[in-house]
Design a protein around this ligand. Structure first.
Ligand code: FE2
Length: 281
């Protein structure tokens, strides 16, 4: 095995989620190092690389070394086909339609509303922190599922949940502004996703609108309970960013959200995504 794999130093953050990785940045794209990082992602769900300070080009190269780069936000406000790096900002000059970013104040998975495998992992680097708020939080939906009582696991079997853009922005858009989002993407997912390796995750978060075939009240109450369960502290890690930090999380096995920050804070994050290879349904 490549010597550089031994150069990865791992500090576990919490038993159920999170590890800090110290890696020689020159070795990041080496196949053996990238493969080890993906193994560590499977083990720890969310990985933090402190002060890595990658440029966009380096972030794209690193993302491509970890898997297949995917651009699923080219139609989102501020997204473009020409640029695989999505800039997350509330700066009105750069992002005139803030709903998409404001929706990230609530627990979600990326890419659940479109008919393609959800991104395997999201890669986020911090370009500018906010003096107030702006922490990104992650919670492990594999661990949350695993810890459910057996009778609850059984009760969730076979349930389907509709994920939609309109559900994801309902909390942040004025009612009169919701209309265009109603024509936005929507996609049905299994509530419990069983991966090829047998691991199971909960496909929940703010894009989860309703349980197919259930009354709205019962379905949304179940979704809310599962979200509260998954977000309990034992499954969660909250990252206080420093400029140059980079985080990678298992997007299909974690929810994430950001603690609200002022629009004029200048907080700027650059995101790339690794394509998912396993369909959820
Ligand atoms: Fe996100």
């Amino acid at each position: 095995m490549d010597m550089n794999v031994d150069a990865i130093r791992v500090e576990v953050i919490k038993p159920e989620i999170g590890a800090v990785l110290h890696v020689d940045r020159a070795a990041l794209c080496e196949p053996a190092v990238a493969a080890r990082i993906m193994e560590l992602l499977e083990l720890h769900d969310a990985l933090i690389f402190p002060r890595l300070k990658l440029t966009d080009e380096e972030q794209v190269a690193f993302t491509g070394a970890l898997g297949a780069l995917v651009n699923f936000t080219h139609t989102a406000p501020g997204g473009s086909k020409a640029n695989d790096v999505y800039e997350i900002t509330l700066d009105k000059k750069k992002n005139p339609e803030p709903e998409y970013v404001l929706g990230t104040f609530f627990w979600h998975m990326d890419g659940t509303t479109i008919n393609q495998p959800v991104p395997k992992a999201s890669v986020l680097s911090c370009r500018k922190t906010s003096p107030k708020g702006g922490q990104t939080q992650f919670c492990n939906t594999y661990a949350a599922y695993e810890a459910l009582p057996e009778d609850e696991k059984k009760a969730l079997e076979g349930l389907r949940v509709m994920h939609s853009v309109v559900a994801a922005v309902r909390e942040v858009a004025a009612p009169e502004d919701l209309e265009p989002f109603k024509r936005g993407a929507a996609h049905e997912q299994p509530l419990v996703w069983t991966r090829k390796n047998g691991r199971k995750s909960l496909m929940i978060g703010y894009s989860a609108d309703y349980i197919v075939g259930w009354s709205k009240a019962e379905g949304r109450a179940l979704l809310a309970r599962l979200q509260e369960w998954a977000a309990q502290p034992r499954f969660c890690y909250s990252h206080e960013w420093q400029e140059g930090d980079l985080a990678i999380w298992d997007n299909g096995g974690a929810l994430h959200r950001v603690i609200p920050y002022p629009a004029d804070s200048g907080r700027t994050m650059h995101r790339t995504s690794i394509a998912g290879l396993e369909a959820t349904s």
